[in-house]
Design a protein around this ligand. Structure first.
Ligand code: CO
Length: 254
């Protein structure tokens, strides 16, 4: 059919454009610095971890002026830090414990479609189960949000509050908590990007201060680590679950 053929042609030419752009980029980079790719092939030691929205108008490298090797990147709809998200947790652990990133930024953006979708009561399908995490942010800050009468301003504030909550969510992970007991813990930042003017704004999230209010709930401590190379101690007779016979009966309580 003519319509499917034209779709196929435009798809092919789209990828041809990508490949042509790539060859041009390789040529430019090599002209600027003949060692560029050789250095990158040796490994990465990025200073930053970027957690941003998948929105095509928020290109991580472009808006931060970082090049290859400088920033580890995770993107999802509405720049969420969800504690059951194996993808985010794996990226975070690798970035903190292996790469040793120094600054972690959650980057939201005004005009976020995910945040706008969470702010209304329509169903969108599977994604509703992701958006519920943003609805939790609405619930936490409902009083403040209801005071803002202008809908556009209310959505902008929700974008900011969502970033702040995601920074808090980072602080709740055992990955960040353990890193903070080490020598060079990464700093956490909440930023908002304005797609209307290109400006990135620091929300100055005081995550340590705010988090201290919740530390009695979320702060956890890792169990002591056994010496490397030694086998784990076998359970003592009391700890061995096979000899467990239920709670101790105390006749004095009756
Ligand atoms: Co977005």
């Amino acid at each position: 059919m003519a319509s499917s053929l034209s779709t196929e042609q435009s798809t092919t030419s789209g990828i041809q454009d990508i490949l042509a752009n790539n060859r041009q980029w390789v040529a430019t980079k090599n002209a600027e610095d003949p060692e560029f790719f050789k250095r990158l092939a040796d490994g990465q030691k990025p200073r930053y971890l970027f957690i941003g929205c998948s929105d095509s108008r928020v290109p991580a490298s472009g808006i931060t002026g970082t090049g290859p090797g400088e920033m580890f990147v995770h993107r999802n709809i509405a720049n969420m830090v969800v504690h059951a998200d194996m993808n985010l947790l794996s990226v975070l652990q690798y970035a903190v414990e292996v790469l040793g990133v120094q600054d972690i930024m959650v980057v939201g953006h005004y005009g976020c479609g995910g945040v706008a979708a969470a702010a209304n009561n329509k169903q969108y399908g599977l994604i509703d189960n992701w958006l519920v995490n943003i609805r939790d942010v609405v619930r936490l800050h409902e009083t403040e949000l209801l005071r803002i009468t202008d809908e556009k301003q209310r959505l902008r504030r929700l974008v900011e509050l969502n970033v702040i909550e995601q920074v808090q969510n980072l602080a709740k992970t055992n990955i960040i908590q353990n890193a903070r007991r080490g020598e060079n813990p990464p700093r956490l930042h909440g930023l908002v990007y304005d797609i209307a003017d290109g400006v990135l704004k620091d929300l100055q999230v005081d995550n340590t201060g705010n988090f201290s209010n919740m530390a009695h709930i979320y702060s956890t401590e890792a169990p002591p680590v056994a010496d490397a190379g030694s086998a784990p101690e076998p359970p003592t007779e009391e700890e061995d679950s096979s000899s467990y016979e239920g709670p101790q009966h105390d006749p004095g309580q009756e």
